[in-house]
Design a protein around this ligand. Structure first.
Ligand code: SAH
Ligand code: SF4
Ligand code: F3S
Length: 444
């Protein structure tokens, strides 16, 4: 019997990957993915707990789903991901219509949990951090398709930044053995992947057994993946400035498949704030690190996350962040108003910043980032760049892809080019994308 499952994903790319893996575990027991909640037999919300707004969205969605469920016999609702991990019991209290609560380390148990409900258990909850490697318990074949895919290599975080829930929702740092990652990447390449983005909450803290019995870091893993036939591009995210070691910097110089784009969050440009955040580096440490990276790979484009309005942030602290942004020059950046998260040290700090002040700082920061992003995109006009085409464009006869620097690129071209890297002469740019024309290479 086939049943329909609708999975709605919030939060980071790791959740995107996890949602796909949940679909993989459910396929053998007859669940086919569905694009909408209406008519689905199982709805899974794969949730994010990082900011208050993200978490609250889940409860409003659960309200809507409870209504659907009351109109549809046998429909099940599951909450997965980081809200499930952080607020398991509270979810069942606030949203009694929820049947299953499953934490990020337990979703290989979904089929059993579904069976328990079918047998008449009122509710199933699993938010344990099992000793067992969940990746070993998951089906080997990932149902992902597409040209550019995600591959989780590391999970969890031991950094305990004072604002952040991730160490609590995802647990301690854990790296998958290199051999199992290489095998998964090979299968991805064999099924049409040309680009893989290695994922981890702290991906450059990756450290695990290599197939040679030695200890491998992320650089060693990247070098091994670069050898896989068919894989043209490798990226990784998210990294921490403190785990950027010499070998990884060298890989940016030496490994052609490693793309010249790095998301390296700094959060703030004020040393006082960085200390209060427990980031364990200064603004100048970050500047020096970027210098070394740019020496290794001069065309490296950078991206970061910023938090404005961390407790105690003064005008001078914020000015230091703006100064750092102007010094570095980012190709893109994500910025957030500090959000108080229950149980984190920063939530109990004095001198919480007023909401209006946060709004103003966020706007000023985002205006600068938009300026830099637009300038970065404009700087490509007139050049020829390699684009990996991965999808049809918005209009008929168009195709779209990514530049090495992660910009979206649109051109007129045949669908046959999808899955290939081709040269594009960039003619125009906007804040969010580039467009141009395919360079027809002359037959030699
Ligand atoms: N592991 C990554 C980021 C994980 S969370 C890293 O260390 O950089 C993604 C981003 O959300 C963070 O970089 C931070 O900018 C933001 N963030 C995390 N907790 C937050 C909070 N309480 N309020 C506002 N933004 C937050
Ligand atoms: Fe959160 Fe800091 Fe860990 Fe990133 S490094 S996940 S911000 S605690
Ligand atoms: Fe959110 Fe969890 Fe990712 S809190 S950002 S979904 S690790």
């Amino acid at each position: 019997m086939t049943r329909k499952v609708h999975i709605k994903t919030y939060g980071c790319q790791m959740n995107v990957y996890d949602s796909q893996r949940m679909a993989d575990v459910l396929a053998p027991i007859g669940y086919v993915p569905s694009d909408e909640a209406e008519g689905a037999d199982l709805v899974i919300l794969n949730t994010c707990h990082i900011r208050e707004k993200a978490a609250e969205k889940v409860y409003s969605e659960l309200g809507r789903l409870a209504k659907l469920k009351s109109e549809r016999d046998g429909m099940m609702i599951a909450v997965a991901g980081c809200v499930a991990q952080a607020e398991g019991e509270e979810i069942t209290r606030r949203a009694p219509a929820v049947d299953i609560v499953v934490g990020p380390q337990a979703y290989h148990r979904l089929p059993q949990m579904i069976a328990e409900i079918h047998r008449g258990a009122g509710r199933a909850l699993d938010t344990e951090f099992p000793a067992l490697d969940k990746f070993d318990a998951l089906p080997a074949e990932s149902g992902q398709h597409g040209i550019a895919r995600f591959l989780t290599v590391q999970e969890g975080c031991d950094k305990f930044c004072t604002f952040c829930v991730v160490p609590y929702t995802r647990g301690a740092e854990y790296s998958r053995p290199a051999a199992s990652i290489i095998a998964e990447a090979r299968r991805m390449a064999e099924t049409g992947a040309r680009e893989i983005t290695l994922l981890g909450q702290n991906v450059n803290a990756y450290r695990a057994d290599g197939p040679d019995g030695k200890d491998w870091g992320l650089a060693r893993l990247v070098r091994a993946l670069a050898e896989i036939d068919g894989l043209a591009r490798i990226r990784y995210t998210t990294s921490h400035p403190r785990d950027m070691d010499d070998d990884l910097i060298a890989a940016h110089r030496e490994v052609a498949a490693l793309m010249p784009f790095l998301h390296l969050p700094v959060q703030s440009g004020s040393d006082r704030m960085l200390a209060a955040m427990n980031r364990k580096h200064t603004a100048d440490d970050y500047r020096r690190l970027i210098d070394r990276l740019r020496t290794a790979r001069p065309d490296l484009a950078l991206s970061s996350d910023f938090i404005v309005g961390f407790p105690g942030e003064s005008d001078t602290d914020f000015a230091a962040t703006m100064g750092l942004i102007r010094d570095i020059g980012f190709a893109q950046a994500f910025s957030f108003k500090y959000s108080r998260r229950p149980g984190t040290p920063a939530s109990a700090m004095p001198k919480q910043v007023a909401e209006a002040e946060k709004d103003q700082r966020l706007k000023e920061l985002q205006d600068e980032v938009v300026r830099q992003q637009t300038a970065f995109n404009m700087s490509r006009i007139g050049s020829r760049i390699p684009v990996l085409f991965d999808r049809p464009g918005r209009h008929p006869g168009q195709i779209a892809g990514r530049s090495p620097w992660l910009q979206a690129v649109h051109v007129d071209g045949e669908a046959a080019l999808i899955g290939r890297v081709a040269q594009v002469a960039v003619a125009s740019a906007t804040q969010n994308s580039l467009s141009g024309a395919l360079v027809r290479t002359e037959a030699a």
